[in-house]
Design a protein around this ligand. Structure first.
Ligand code: HEM
Length: 140
């Protein structure tokens, strides 16, 4: 490595590092991998008890959905994960999900985060990341 390339690498790091730090602040705020696992573990029974949406999940493998949600929340919050599930449009295409149902699930997620001590500004960050998915999930 030449001095010039070292300087270039350092400069690149200085540029990338703060961006990265800001990027995974939400992941850290959620409590990292374990925090996200706890949030999803709280969320699943909330979904199953929520009269606004529970019927949609009656025949679903909630353990599988939970695993996918963990990956998704981790990735969206800037964590070191890859979402390995199906695209949102394909998963929800035939389910005739309404805006009200989408909001209900987002609300349950907020309750789950609250119960796990996630600060509200971090809650808002994750919900904001989910908002663009509404177009793909809601079909009714
Ligand atoms: C923020 C909103 C939502 C997110 C992020 C989300 C995310 C996901 C994910 C990651 C999966 C698993 C995909 C896979 O297996 O590859 C899934 C499956 C599913 N979602 Fe959603 N979802 C949302 C809203 C909803 C709503 C509002 C409903 C219905 C009321 C719904 C119904 C379902 C059902 C029934 C499945 C399972 C499908 C199956 O078993 O084949 N989702 N969702």
């Amino acid at each position: 490595m030449t001095m010039k390339s070292i300087a270039a690498a350092l400069l690149a790091l200085a540029v990338i590092a703060p961006v990265h730090a800001a990027d995974d602040a939400t992941y850290a705020g959620l409590g990292g991998q374990q925090g996200i696992r706890n949030i999803v573990a709280t969320l699943i029974p909330l979904i199953q008890a929520d009269p606004r949406i529970k019927e949609s999940f009656a025949d679903s493998d909630m353990k599988h959905i939970g695993m996918r949600l963990e990956e998704q929340f981790c990735m969206l919050s800037g964590g070191p994960c890859e979402y390995k599930g199906e695209p949102m449009k394909e998963v929800h295409g035939g389910l005739k999900v309404t805006n009200a149902q989408f909001n209900a699930l987002a609300e349950d997620l907020q309750v789950a985060m609250e119960r796990n001590g996630v600060p509200s500004h971090v809650q808002n960050k994750l919900v904001a990341k989910l908002a663009p998915m509404q177009r793909e999930i809601v079909t009714k």
